[in-house]
Design a protein around this ligand. Structure first.
Ligand code: AMP
Length: 541
């Protein structure tokens, strides 16, 4: 027997309808590429999204077709988020930090029909246009005054003119909630990037999950600034969760340095933000140097790579900001787990609470996890046995876009991460499987070793990589980027490990570099370091 309740598909357009009707006057503030600050409301956004939906039809981008973006976090990009998916087309957020060859490969693989891009990327698109045979319409996200006087892009269109040509009489269509809504390719540090095709249903369910009190804890009283880009896993779902709750949105544009971010946080009274640790390093350094504080910031979501305990402690102790250390991936929409405390942790002292929060956290309803050994047998949740982390849930990938083979194992998605799970269900990621250091047949957790180094006041960034060793197969090498103008020796850093990790985990050597290479989503490129130091001679091997 079926229940007697209404059947309403979970569609991205329903978020827009909701936020326009119930939070229409709430603000969206954007730092524009043009240099100024732009303000309007969700009602204005919804109005322009309907005009854009009609413009998409006029351009011939129909349901099931793919419209791509190369753009920073700003209101026009947000309009595309809603209009493209709302019409039944697929929003493909290209990552401009990828190599141009990769962008061209991805755009062809996705069969992008239209490309909307920010002024910043005009030279990039000019260099790529001839290699994008499927793209029929190139649209610059600007007004006529900012259009170039000449360009090699054929028939370049002006976004604001496309909108003005349309009225906003448009009804969002209703269709199957399993319809594709957006497409995002994995970072592709190894092999070709792979497409992850989200559905309306997965996007809405993820938004419900990510907004929960033990996740991003979002409400209509929040002012949300997504530092995480709209081109990286839908900015961790923040464009959707903000509409779901009716929060004010602040879009930072292209300037993600500490001073620019601080200014927006301060003037717009931002209460919640999300980003990768490297971004927070810039903001915290700026505040340390200037003595500035952020009285309005209440919570910060940190993920994408491990949040060093030293960063966690600075946010919590010095700035009184609640850190939500989260774990997820492109394939999981991304939010799966966050480090919110349980009731039994509430009475613990701050050090003990921070130790819980340093883990990547526990899942929200919808997602389930397990750790397996290499033979596929499930391992115990005791906080010290580590294994391959697998996940499943309605916002976890089933198969890659155009992928022929299912990546699943017995219905679970293998994440490629190595983790422990403790008795309370908290995950701790010890490594990416391709980054593990295997010494004498035993794993050494590179993230733990990096966290120790990052706690040293002279260290700006630290990566721990495996280098070949004649006796132990591999041993850890610590690669350090020092803070500007600060000296620290190899011996001091090695001595800093004493008592903090098992003795045999202590790195065998330290090398200093000017800059640790970062990938296109702000993660350390350990593959590059491994190549650079593949012939490194360890002392006394
Ligand atoms: P991406 O698909 O680019 O978002 O990368 C996902 C990968 O980032 C995961 O599989 C992890 O290896 C890593 N990652 C994400 N969040 C964390 C975290 N909090 N701690 C450690 N690694 C993380």
């Amino acid at each position: 027997m079926f229940g007697n309740m209404m059947e309403q598909p979970l569609l991205v357009s329903s978020l827009l309808r909701h936020v326009e009707r119930h939070h229409g006057t709430q603000e969206i503030v954007s730092r524009r590429i043009e240099g100024d600050i732009h303000r309007y409301t969700y009602r204005d956004m919804a109005h322009r999204a309907r005009q854009l939906a009609k413009a998409l039809h006029a351009l011939g981008v129909g349901a099931g077709e793919v419209a791509a973006t190369l753009a920073w976090n700003g209101y026009r990009h947000l309009e595309l988020y809603y209009a493209v998916s709302g019409t039944g087309a697929v929003l493909h957020t290209l990552n401009p930090r990828l190599h141009p060859d990769q962008i061209a490969w991805i755009a062809q693989h996705a069969e992008d029909k239209a490309l909307f891009f920010d002024l910043t990327f005009l030279p990039l698109v000019e260099s790529l246009a001839s290699r994008l045979p499927t793209v029929k319409a190139f649209v610059l996200l600007a007004a006529r005054t900012h259009m170039p006087s000449s360009t090699t892009i054929p028939d370049l269109l002006c976004y604001e003119e496309l909108l003005v040509a349309q009225d906003d009489r448009y009804e969002w269509p209703t269709f199957d909630e399993r319809t594709a809504s957006s497409l995002c390719y994995t970072s592709g540090t190894t092999g070709d990037p792979k497409g992850v095709l989200y559905s309306h249903r997965s996007t809405l369910l993820h938004a419900y999950g990510a907004a929960l009190p033990d996740a991003h804890k979002l409400s209509a009283c929040d002012v949300v600034l997504p530092v995480v880009p709209l081109f990286h896993v839908n900015a961790w779902g923040l464009p959707y969760t903000s509409s779901l709750v009716g929060a004010k949105l602040v879009m930072p544009g292209a300037n993600l340095d500490g001073a620019s971010l601080y200014e927006l946080f301060d003037t717009e009274q931002v209460s919640f933000t999300c980003g990768v640790p490297t971004v927070w390093q810039g903001l915290l350094t700026h505040m340390e140097q200037t003595g500035l504080r952020l009285p309005h910031l209440r919570r910060v979501g940190i993920g994408g790579s491990a949040c060093p305990p030293s960063m966690l402690a600075t946010f919590e102790r010095v700035h009184g900001v609640d850190v939500l250390h989260g774990w997820g991936m492109t394939e999981t929409s991304p939010f799966c787990a966050g480090s919110a405390l349980k009731s039994q942790h509430a009475g613990l002292d701050l050090d003990a609470r921070l130790a819980v929060k340093a883990k990547q956290g526990r899942v929200v309803f919808g997602v389930d996890i397990r750790i397996n050994n290499d033979e596929g047998r499930e391992l115990p949740w005791n906080g010290h046995t580590s294994g391959n982390l697998l996940v499943r849930g309605p916002w976890v990938l089933n198969r890659y876009y155009k992928g022929e083979q299912s990546p699943l194992r017995d219905g679970w998605f293998p994440t490629g991460d190595i983790a422990t799970i403790d008795a309370d269900g908290y995950i701790q990621i010890t490594d990416r499987s391709k980054d593990v250091i295997k010494s004498g047949g035993e794993w050494i957790g590179s993230i733990d070793l990096e966290n120790v180094a990052m706690a040293h006041p002279a260290v700006a960034m630290a990566a721990c990589i495996a280098v070949p060793h004649p006796k132990w197969d591999e041993r850890p090498l610590l690669v350090v980027q020092r803070k500007p103008g600060v000296e620290v020796s190899r011996e001091t850093l090695l001595a800093f490990y004493s008592g903090k990790v098992a003795k045999w985990w202590t790195p065998d050597d330290v090398v200093f570099v000017d800059q640790i290479p970062l990938g296109n989503t702000g993660k350390m490129l350990k593959s590059e370091l491994r190549e650079q130091f593949s012939n490194h001679q360890l002392p006394n091997p």
